[in-house]
Design a protein around this ligand. Structure first.
Ligand code: PGA
Length: 250
């Protein structure tokens, strides 16, 4: 059985004070949630504060980005070890906004995935097609290329640790969710690919999240799909009430 993951991505929102206020309101709301991994992804400055406030609770913390080197002359970057030291347990890698605005490539994503695994953190590895690619009938070709490149050289023993987030770019922040059928179709395809690359056992264990305009209104029907193991939530994760509602989808 795969434990579902509900991860919030705050993007570049919330000061430290706002992050603290969120956590204080959020923790009691999810106190009764069982059998779901809940993750918050604050901006770097509030990461350690959120980690300290959630320490010992069922709520984990992810960074929104990471560098692949352990340390070095990389101005503006943060290493996996530093994130772990700050209290993160997960790192979001290859979000479409990073790919689109910060020239992130599959090669870079792949290096980050391997570095994060080596540091003992859980990568939340994002991929997904653009609207133009979907309309050109290239969805499967694009996500296959991304999955193969992003996981290249990852050991089969480490692969079940990776969390894959399928996020169709056209559904992010647009209010346009993929239908449950559209999402399930791609998730099943990705799981099939994982089986081909790493074998059936890994394919059964690996968690594949859906992301793109997830909200309280559509989470239950998405989670009812056999290959959807959770969600990566942007806008609807910014308010404690709405994100708690998503975590309590059952
Ligand atoms: P959204 O963002 O939920 O606001 O569409 C999802 C994401 O970017 O991970």
């Amino acid at each position: 059985m795969r434990t579902p993951v509900i991860a919030g991505n705050w993007k570049m929102y919330k000061t430290t004070a706002e992050s603290q206020a969120f956590v204080k309101e959020f923790l009691p709301l999810v106190a009764g949630v069982q059998g779901v991994e809940i993750v918050l992804s604050p901006p770097f400055p509030s990461l350690s504060v959120v980690a300290a406030l959630t320490s010992g609770t069922k709520v984990g913390v992810a960074s929104q980005n990471v560098h692949f080197a352990a340390e070095g002359a990389y101005t503006g970057e943060v290493s996996p070890g530093m994130l772990k030291d700050a209290g993160a347990g997960y790192a979001i890698i290859g979000h479409s906004e990073r790919r689109q605005y910060f020239a992130e490539t599959d090669d870079g994503v792949n290096r980050k995935v391997k570095a994060v695994l080596a540091a003992g953190l859980v990568p939340i590895m994002c991929l997904g097609e653009t609207l133009a690619e979907r309309e050109a009938g290239r969805t499967f070709e694009v996500v296959e290329r991304q999955l193969r490149a992003d996981l290249s050289g990852v050991a089969a023993a480490d692969a079940p640790t990776v969390i894959v987030a399928y996020e169709p770019v056209w559904a992010i922040g647009t209010g346009k969710t993929a239908t449950k059928e559209q999402a399930q179709e791609v998730h099943a395809f990705l799981r099939g690919l994982v089986k081909e690359i790493f074998g059936g056992l890994v394919a059964e264990k690996i968690r594949i999240l859906y992301g793109g305009s997830v909200k309280t209104e559509n989470i239950a029907e998405l989670m009812a799909q056999p290959d959807i193991d959770g969600a990566l939530v942007g806008g609807a994760s910014l308010k404690a009430n709405s994100f708690a509602g998503i975590a309590k989808y059952r």
